[in-house]
Design a protein around this ligand. Sequence first.
Ligand code: ZN
Length: 127
Amino acid sequence: MDNTNNAESFRAFFIDNVSKFCDKCGTAYKPDNIDIVSESNASVIIQAQCDNCKGIYMAHVIKPLQMTKKIPIRLDIVPAMLHPYYLLGPISSDELLALRKKLTKVKTHEDLLELIGKQKKNLKSKG
Ligand SMILES: [Zn+2]
């Protein structure tokens, strides 16, 4: 199945069956406000962000399209950025400690840029 059409159908499903309006301020959702965070064979996680108040809600939908519940969620990350982080999976304490060790060695702007460059390469090889 075409992924774009799939996402479109989930957006329509969210508006038609889960929620037409923001629970916080009542603003109507537009298809652009709705993102698919992840999809498996069994379920879909859909995220909606209100244009007006920026309130974020998530819905976990069990296939074939029977929703469970819409829940409010506080996030400081925009939907487009959430997806790549979601794909990376949970961060381990080893990863955090390794990064901390590297950060303590950063003394200059150049050091930081070099470290970020290395991190990007690592992410690419991981995915
Ligand atoms: Zn709102």
